[in-house]
Write a protein that binds this ligand. Sequence first.
Ligand SMILES: NC(=O)c1ccc[n+]([C@@H]2O[C@H](COP(=O)([O-])OP(=O)(O)OC[C@H]3O[C@@H](n4cnc5c(N)ncnc54)[C@H](OP(=O)(O)O)[C@@H]3O)[C@@H](O)[C@H]2O)c1
Length: 264
Amino acid sequence: MDLGIKGRVAIVTGGSRGIGRETAREFLEAGVKVMTCSRNGDQLKATCGELAKQTGGEIRGIVADMTQPGDQQRLVDETLATYGTIDILVNNAGTMYSGRFEELTEEGLQTQLDTKLFGWMRAIRTVWPIMRDKNWGRIVSLIGGAGKEPDPYMFGSGMTNSALLNMTKSLSTEFAPHNVLVNAVCPGWVATDLWKRNAGGLQKELGVGSEDEARRLASKKNALGRFGKPEELANAIAFLCSERASYITGVSLNLDGGRLKGLW
Ligand SMILES: NC(=O)c1ccc[n+]([C@@H]2O[C@H](COP(=O)([O-])OP(=O)(O)OC[C@H]3O[C@@H](n4cnc5c(N)ncnc54)[C@H](OP(=O)(O)O)[C@@H]3O)[C@@H](O)[C@H]2O)c1
């Protein structure tokens, strides 16, 4: 399918690995110019080099930290200086804050809120006037199923994610008159570094003897019986950012292989 976004400009935060990296690849293959960021400059440089070589597309990356007020503006300024405009924002940079209530610390929750709630809201604030003035824009945020279906092990992520879902719906209404579409995706378990970093904690939570067993049990909760692949997430994200999704706004699409059983 032709996504109809050749020549558009996208910011994908956290594109050095995982879902962000595959989303950047999808855009490059669709002829979209990409700006990305992460905190680790070496990994970012290597990824941008590999993706440019593999796709022949235009991609740049800068070191930026979504928890730092001011870094979002730097990212936007760099994008405008490089490509002249911004059409698409994918809020992806971040991680999961797992653990039950007794393990949750205020500092840990604050970091999660600083990264995904305040960091992403600031990113939206910086791109919004540009999209508003051109009467075209796509914003997609990677949230997570715990925002819809509370899970004691995902206490900190769940609270953050619910706020992000609320932000998505509210902004989709506010931005719609300017043809700026605001959507979210809610991944279940996806096979990335994030999963590996959480495997020990999940093993303890599920009371099993190995990470493989934890993965098997976590997979069984999904109707499809397996983890997602980063490229499967990227396909749906690129579609939501495309011309083909021109009548979709305010949705939060579950990309979880059928894990959530609720009706939304
Ligand atoms: N994988 C899953 O199962 C899953 C499930 C639900 C939701 N999600 C969400 O999906 C998104 C991507 O997850 P993933 O699995 O692809 O994770 P990942 O493999 O750990 O990649 C995360 C990316 O974000 C960057 N990043 C993290 N914190 C950042 C910060 N403060 N500022 C700038 N860049 C930052 C990382 O680079 P640096 O570390 O170098 O900064 C990396 O490029 C995250 O928001 C995550 O919460 C994932």
